[in-house]
Design a protein around this ligand. Structure first.
Ligand SMILES: [Mg+2]
Length: 363
């Protein structure tokens, strides 16, 4: 089906979300380099860095030890996911004043389809401005937004003027907007694909758009067509709101590909803890543990195991997830994303949690 009239998609991404929430709630942290994450002794990694910390080169997914080396006076704060989830619910309330077509990507990031919107605001960028204003006024936080006819262009746009950015790309501007950008801006183009494209002389999206589909298909198989379409600015992926949760999951994308096995293990441990904590808060127990791994070339695999027992605590979820990790090629190929999910809820738990909105539940 072709999309004739253009859609109005907003991609909203909170600025340095966890760190901003911490700075908002503790005035002594404002204006300071702040990192959120585990202890350096426990081999913690940076989950979020304030803009003041970023000035020292600190980024998400860096080992906490490295962050301390880059900025010895950086202030470390432990993560408080309950509070971030609470703030996230407030953000989603604002979204839903405009549309119910909201697709959460993570606690601090979502796509909204506002082609038709509840307040009948005619322009996407005006909706985005109202949302940004309300987030600032009601939650004292800033968000960056990208507005475009497709999800992928909106996502690229939201990143351009961070923090507190608002970038709108009209349909006729898509090509001139995309053309000069490096191919790595296309979601799914990681280091490996980027290097392979470079090897055949393709650095920019314009060059990718000019390449022949058959050449790309020869090089990249089915993904060749995807790459070619995106380079033309074509993306008809709908904004897909989540429905009833069938699983609880948590995943983390690393800023740089991870090859270190210990680092993978610590990440899986964090994820297992997060999922287990939420299971218990919802009085849910699940029997199926799933591990998701995305390799540097963006191939994504999942491995699942159904246990005999219903689980709601971190250690067994961690053990199973770790076993599943060993059944992937993660150690050999490295990973850019890891996720842990628990599903197969006990029947009597299931009814109780049907109306619970789990904004992190994502396939
Ligand atoms: Mg963000």
């Amino acid at each position: 089906m072709t999309q004739r009239s253009s859609r109005k998609i907003i991609h909203i991404d909170m600025d340095a979300f966890y760190a901003s929430v911490e700075q908002r709630d503790d005035p002594s942290l404002r204006g300071q380099p702040v990192v959120v994450g585990g202890t350096p002794e426990g081999r913690g990694v940076v989950a979020a860095a304030s803009y003041e910390a970023r000035a020292f080169g600190i980024r998400s997914a860096l080992p906490m030890r490295t962050a301390l080396r880059l900025c010895p006076h950086v202030i470390r704060v432990a993560t408080d996911f309950d509070r971030y989830r609470e703030v996230s619910r407030g953000i989603h309330e604002i979204f839903h004043e405009h549309t119910d077509l909201v697709e959460p990507v993570s606690l601090d990031e979502a796509y909204l389809d506002v082609t038709w919107n509840k307040q009948e605001i005619p322009f996407g960028h005006r909706v985005a401005r109202v949302i940004k204003r309300d987030i600032r006024q009601r939650l004292q936080l800033t968000a960056s937004a990208g507005v475009a006819p497709s999800k992928f262009v909106a996502k690229i746009a939201s990143d351009l003027e961070k923090p507190d950015g608002l970038v709108t790309i009209m349909p006729h501007q898509i090509r001139s907007f995309l053309d000069p950008l490096p191919v790595a801006k296309i979601p799914g183009v990681g280091k490996v694909t980027g290097e392979r494209l470079q090897a055949i002389g393709i650095d920019t999206i314009a060059q990718l758009a000019a390449a022949s589909v058959s050449d790309l298909e020869r090089q990249f198989g089915r993904r060749g067509q995807y790459l070619h379409l995106r380079a033309q600015g074509i993306d008809n992926e709908p904004v897909a709101p989540i429905s009833e949760p069938k699983q609880l999951s948590s995943e983390t994308t690393f800023a740089t590909d991870i090859f270190d096995e210990d680092q993978m293990r610590y990440a899986v441990q964090d994820l297992a803890q997060d999922v287990a904590g939420r299971l218990r808060r919802r009085s849910l127990r699940g029997r199926v543990v799933t591990l998701k791994a995305r390799y540097p070339d963006f191939e994504t695999v999942t491995r699942s195991l159904t246990g005999g027992l219903y689980l709601d605590s971190a250690p067994p979820v961690f053990d199973i997830a770790l076993e599943l990790l060993r059944r992937t090629d993660a150690r050999r190929r490295g990973v850019r994303l890891l996720g842990v999910a628990v599903s197969g809820f006990a029947d009597d738990d299931r009814a109780a949690q049907l109306d619970l909105f789990d904004m992190e539940q994502k396939g």
